[in-house]
Design a protein around this ligand. Structure first.
Ligand SMILES: O=C(O)CCC(=O)N[C@@H](CCC(=O)O)C(=O)O
Ligand SMILES: [Zn+2]
Length: 350
């Protein structure tokens, strides 16, 4: 029989998978054990832990955080849920895979180490002529862990993936989700109800493919996937965790109940936006005319300057075109800004 890894006893006693992951930045020996309530716990790697209750399940849920290491509130939420599960306080009814995307970037308190992990999914980690680095290797492994997790699920299980983030800037709508491009498939009201229960009433509908983790699990695995922005980036210890209570409770209910009842769907509870366009940085000289504290969802009048990329100036071409994730410091070729415009619930919702 193979020797059990030395970390197991401490993990069973403390439930502190976060510290274990942070202490093993890129790799952790796999292992397995069972909780007293019968739930199987499988450590696949650093930052990747799976829980499978003894009962027959109907949902396979992926909860990821730390795809960007400085976005600490989602990490604290997942840390607390994992500890509750390992201590037996939260008894699972569904399979769940927790992922801390980039443990090394948590340790250095930065968005990424060499390269933005959330630009490397859906195969973009491995490109001929581009050297691999730790984040590229990690993105490839994370895709594989998610694939294996969904494949091992019960036939017909509902797949979901909530990739939890916080935004660099403040936001007029504090919490919002990005619904990845569905290639014409309808958006789901039941998912909006789940998000609302998390305290997220604002959803942005993407209209093109992406390299993000949520797009990957949506496109490749047909999961109900979202990037969920829960507030503004803060260092550990500075998050007001009361602002995440609804999210924590809703996630706990999702994985510990057979079926969760959400309040009836009401379109007026939501603010929906269609992504209008993506502006990439292509030149060293890239700037915004607005200040660093301009918030996400700030609207611009038609004709106002939005960004300058070298010799190219971008002007709002719709009244009220609003800015999301402006970041002039992204690598060349990457998204520096999204703009959105309000949209209504229409026939493309089921
Ligand atoms: O606030 C910012 O500028 C970025 C916050 C963040 O990390 N957002 C995600 C969104 C991913 C998506 O478009 O689904 C990202 O930029 O990776
Ligand atoms: Zn992020």
């Amino acid at each position: 029989m193979l020797a059990k890894p030395s970390y197991l006893n401490e993990l069973k006693n403390t439930g502190d998978f976060l510290t274990l992951s942070r202490n093993n930045e890129w790799h952790l020996e796999a292992s397995e054990f069972a909780l007293e309530n019968g739930t199987r716990v499988t450590v696949h790697d650093t930052g990747v832990i799976e829980f499978k209750p003894r009962v027959t399940t109907t949902k396979d849920v992926v909860l990821s955080s730390a795809v960007h290491g400085n976005e600490t509130a989602p990490i604290e939420i997942c840390d607390s849920l994992i500890k509750q599960i390992i201590s037996g306080e939260l008894k699972l009814a569904q399979r769940v895979l927790f992922i801390y995307g980039n443990p090394k970037s948590i340790n250095i308190g930065l968005r990424f180490v060499e390269e933005n992990l959330n630009r490397l999914f859906n195969g973009h980690h491995t490109v001929e002529g581009i050297a691999m680095n730790d984040e590229r290797v990690r993105a490839a492994k994370l895709e594989q862990y998610v694939s294996d997790f969904f494949e091992r699920g019960e036939h017909g299980s509902a797949r979901s993936h909530y990739d939890l983030h916080t935004a660099i800037r403040g936001s007029k709508n504090e919490k919002f989700a990005v619904y990845p491009y569905l290639h014409g498939k309808p958006w789901k009201k039941s998912q909006l109800q789940f998000l609302l229960s998390c305290g997220v009433n604002t959803v942005l509908m993407m209209k093109s493919e992406a390299t993000t983790f949520s797009y990957y699990s949506s496109y490749v695995h047909g999961a109900d996937s979202f990037t969920v922005e829960l507030g503004q980036v803060k260092p550990f210890g500075q998050n007001d965790m009361t602002r995440f209570e609804k999210t924590k409770k809703t996630l706990a209910a999702l994985i510990s109940q057979n079926e969760v009842e959400y309040p009836q769907f009401n379109a007026s509870d939501f603010e929906l936006f269609a992504v209008h366009r993506t502006i990439n940085r292509t030149e060293d000289e890239f700037s915004f005319p607005f200040s660093d504290d301009a918030e996400n969802f700030t609207g611009f009048a038609k004709g106002e300057l939005l960004a300058t990329d070298g010799d190219t100036s971008y002007y709002a071409d719709v009244e009220g075109e609003a800015i999301i994730f402006p970041n002039a410091h992204v690598a060349l070729g990457q998204r520096a800004l999204l703009t959105v415009i309000p949209m209504q619930i229409d026939s493309n919702f089921v």
